[in-house]
Structure formats: C-alpha cells, structure tokens
Design a protein around this ligand. Structure first.
Ligand code: HEM
Length: 328
C-alpha cells in the first residue's frame, strides 16, 4: 500500500476505507489460511461474498430476517457456500503442504491438532469475522483522526523514527516501545467506539453481578460505548486526546472503564494482541513515509452496528514526508 501511495500524483484523493479494508482482509485471510488467496481479484471476490453475508447478518440482528426462498436468502446462501468451499479447499491444500517457510498459519495449527474439518472451517471463518471489519475500521478511524491533528501525527512519526530506526518494522520485541502510537490507537477505540458492545450469557448456572442474580441464558450486554462517553470518567469526552492514555492517566482509572476487547476474562477477544500489532505496523509504515491530511469540507459520520464504520468513504490526501523534511 505504501508503494502504491508513493506513486500517486501529489494532491490526489485517496479512498482510505477501500484501501485499508483491502489490506485488512488480505491480512486476516493470509494469517488464517496461509498463502492460498494471494491474487487481488480473489481477495476482492472473497470480500464481496463476505460483505453480502455480513450486511445480511447485521439486518438479521435487528430482527429483519429474509423470507424463506427469497432472492435475499439465496444470495446469502450462495455467498456463504462460496466462502466455505474456499475454506474446504484451503484445508485440503494445507494438509498436503502444511507450512510455508516456517510460517504457521491458523489452519496449519488446527490441522496439527487434529481438529475436525467442519470445526476448522467454522473457526477459520470466526477469525475472519473477528479480525476483518474490526481492524479495518480501527485503522480507518485512526487515520481519519490523525489527519485532523498534524501535531499528533508529527509526534507519532518521531516515535517511529526514534524507536524503529527508520525501518517501520514492528516485531513483538519493539511494538511495546510505540507508547504514543498505542495511546492514539486507544483514544481512537474510545472516540469512534469501534466495538460498541460485548455480550455473553451463561449456559448453565446463575451469575451474580452487583448483587443481582442473573439466570442462565439471560444476555448480559456491556455497552462499551456508553462508558466511553461518561464525563465522570473522561473529561470532555468529545475531545480527541491521546494523552488520556498516558501510563500515568491509565493508572488513575478503574481498569473496567476501558475494556475495548470485552470483559469476559479468558474469553475476551483472542485477537487483541494481533490487532494491536497489525494496526501499529500499518500506522508506523504509513507515517514514516507520508503525512496524511483530511479533505476540507468532507465530514465523517459514524454508522453504528456490530462494528462502527464511517457512513461514507473517508477521503484523504497524502504528501511524502520527504517534502516536509526538505521544507524544514
Ligand atoms: C479492533 C480490533 C478488535 C476489537 C475492538 C475486538 C473486540 C472484540 C470484543 C468486544 C469481543 C467480545 C468479547 C467478550 O464477549 O467479552 C471479541 C471477541 C472475539 N474476537 Fe475480537 N476484536 C478485535 C480484533 C479481533 C481480531 C484481529 C480477531 C482475530 C484474529 C478477533 C477475534 C475474536 C473472536 C474469535 C472473538 C470471540 C471470542 C470468544 O467467544 O471466545 N478479534 N472481540
């Protein structure tokens, strides 16, 4: 993506959501299935099928079920079958050629552990569902916010330069050093309410919460977004301020005031470290090379659902960092 952006004429508008979502679906399908889907057209086809199911599922969640035998139901089933056929093929190929250059992907690990094929298909799909729109939207919102605040962007750039020695290469050993970038990422999760809620119910036994006994099967919903706007926890909650997440400020707050990856102990989001590493990597690489600017007059409104997404495309312009460095 950085290479592609480097070739763009100065001042050209970049469709940030389109670009970043393509990157996010490539990342999650490759990490789950290995190099089975590398071809850009195939990624786009998978994404289209995925979106058909995702938006239909979003409607179903709001009580809008398709009529049996309707075109809508057929479209949903065809898209789902397309994805599951790919998953079945991935498993067959990976079984014959388990690892590629020591890069073990989710499917390789499941094959090694003799997970039945149908469970593997569902688990691989669950990871795509868990890791595509979430990471894609986290990135789009972060780029949108940093495009509004050049001084925050400069600080992030400086951190990447200082901590990663100009390489942009984020690895498990150095990701923890990107303290300010993490603050910006967390403030984005709060402001954009990327995941608006987490929900659980206990299958078997009563749960006692705050003195109330909740019977089995009762949904317990944690309205994450409500807490993120609570002025008793966050002063001026409408202001984008990454300093709220400085280590000192975090230590002052109750840990439950910010749990963007869920509240369910061992069953909280299993992808959160991966998501942090992925978003930090992409930001580090973009900001090392470019300054991103918002396009005057284009507002960005949020559309809430399973994941919060901008209502329309988020257009940005970019200028190579080298231009600014020359000016200075
Ligand atoms: C912005 C990034 C992400 C956010 C905000 C997010 C948020 C969440 C939340 C709130 C939950 C519910 C947890 C609960 O009920 O307490 C969850 C569950 C889950 N997430 Fe994520 N997630 C993100 C990225 C990812 C990624 C990258 C993956 C996979 C690679 C992933 C896979 C999953 C799965 C499989 C579950 C279900 C866990 C279970 O039921 O045991 N998520 N996530």
């Amino acid at each position: 993506m950085v290479e592609k952006w480097s070739r763009l004429p100065r001042g050209q508008h970049v469709p940030c959501r389109q670009e970043v979502f393509l990157l996010a679906i490539k990342a999650i399908t490759q990490c789950s299935f290995g190099d089975y889907i590398l071809d850009e057209d195939q990624v786009a086809k998978f994404w289209k099928a995925y979106d058909t199911c995702w938006f239909d599922f979003d409607k179903r969640q709001r009580g809008d079920e398709p009529n049996p035998g309707s075109d809508r139901e057929k479209k949903f089933n065809d898209a789902k079958k397309y994805m599951y056929d790919i998953l079945a093929a991935v498993i067959q190929v990976r079984r014959k050629h388990p690892t590629i250059e020591n890069r073990q992907m989710l499917v390789d690990v499941m094959i090694e552990n003799s997970i039945p094929d149908d469970v593997m298909q569902c688990d691989a799909m669950t990871y795509v569902i868990g890791g595509f729109h979430t990471v894609g939207n986290w990135l789009v919102w972060t780029l949108h916010f940093v495009s509004m605040y050049p001084e925050i962007q400069d600080k992030m750039y400086q951190e990447v330069k200082d901590k990663l020695n100009d390489t942009g290469k984020v690895i498990p050993d150095n990701v923890a050093q990107l303290v300010y970038i993490r603050q910006v990422m967390e403030e984005t999760l709060r402001m954009a309410v990327v995941a608006p809620y987490a929900a659980r119910y206990d299958d078997e036994k009563d749960v006692t919460l705050g003195g109330y006994v909740i019977p089995p099967g009762t949904p317990i919903i944690q309205a994450l977004g409500v807490g993120y706007n609570d002025p008793s926890i966050w002063q001026n909650p409408d202001k984008f301020d990454p300093d709220r997440f400085s280590p000192e400020k975090v230590a002052e707050r109750h840990p439950y005031s910010f749990q963007p990856f869920g509240f369910a102990g061992n069953r909280k989001c299993p992808g959160y470290r991966f998501a942090y590493a992925q978003v930090a990597t992409v930001l580090a690489n973009i900001l090392l090379k470019f300054q991103v600017h918002h396009v005057d007059g284009l507002g960005v409104k949020a559309m809430y659902g399973l994941v919060t997404t901008p209502q329309n495309e988020v257009w940005l312009t970019i200028t190579p960092r080298s231009d600014k460095n020359k000016e200075e």
